[in-house]
Design a protein around this ligand. Structure first.
Ligand SMILES: *Cc1c(COP(=O)(O)O)cnc(C)c1O
Length: 236
């Protein structure tokens, strides 16, 4: 049985190989370790190896682990769906929020971000495969939402996040990530200083790196299969 350490090393090596294959700089890609459903002790183990960024989907679960890990200088990313009644704690306890898909959520996060903290780093969630997932905006909406976020002083728009429809076909994976990248380039063309493409998970991160991902969000390939029941996962 592999340990978190062995799996983490293997993922880091795969990221480096994909960067080289794509002709990208070493360290062009940041590994975001997705620790939902895994205990604080697993996060502590990965942190001890040098893992800095951790992603959580469910607020209550995340807050509990943050308390247990308050002695570590972790960068916390909220990557789950954002309910408007949870924006205050999310704006207070996270460094990044990846799933912004409407201006109301952006407004509420902006209003709740504490004055003594740096601006909240945010990504707009783009939905390029329309039916397969309910969350995320289309390209046109993403451009409008970016204009709006640019007016909010406590948010800093970093780029786009996407969860394409799962497929085992690497060509199809690349085509989907390519579509995200095109919208990202449109954002840049409109003058937004965006630098982040958050795309790629355990099953498809090498393809995402080929298409320019700067953050890959990898969970099960590091921590193992998630075991908690679907029901408890959906209740925050
Ligand atoms: C759970 C999750 C991941 C990680 O998924 P794995 O397949 O375990 O790597 C990445 N991004 C988001 C938004 C997630 O919810």
């Amino acid at each position: 049985m592999n340990t978190i350490g062995e799996r983490w090393q293997a993922i880091m090596a795969q990221i480096a190989a994909a960067e080289a294959q794509a002709g990208r700089a070493p360290d062009a890609v940041t590994l975001l370790a997705v620790s939902k459903a895994h205990p604080a002790q697993s996060i502590r183990s990965a942190y001890a190896l040098g893992q800095q960024h951790f992603g959580e989907n469910y607020l209550q679960e995340a807050l509990q682990k943050q308390q247990e890990l308050h002695d570590l200088a972790i960068t916390w990313h909220f990557i789950g769906p954002i309910q408007s009644n949870k924006t205050q704690p999310i704006a207070t306890h996270f460094d990044w929020v990846h799933g912004i898909d409407r201006s109301k959520i952006a407004d509420r996060l902006n209003a709740a971000r504490p004055e003594d903290a740096p601006a909240l780093q945010v990504c707009i969630q783009l939905n390029i495969s329309d039916e397969s997932s309910k969350s995320g905006v289309n390209a046109e909406e993403a451009l409008a939402l970016a204009q709006h976020i640019a007016t909010l002083p406590r948010l800093r728009l970093r780029g786009l996040m996407a969860i394409p429809a799962p497929t085992a076909d690497p060509l199809q994976q690349r085509a989907q990530f390519h579509a995200v990248r095109q919208v990202f380039e449109q954002l840049q063309g409109q003058g937004h200083a965006v630098d982040t493409l958050s795309m790629g998970m355990s099953e498809d991160f090498p393809a995402a790196i080929q298409e320019g991902a700067t953050i890959v969000r990898v969970g099960s390939a590091i921590f193992g299969a998630r075991t908690y029941p679907k029901d408890s996962a959906s209740s925050t």
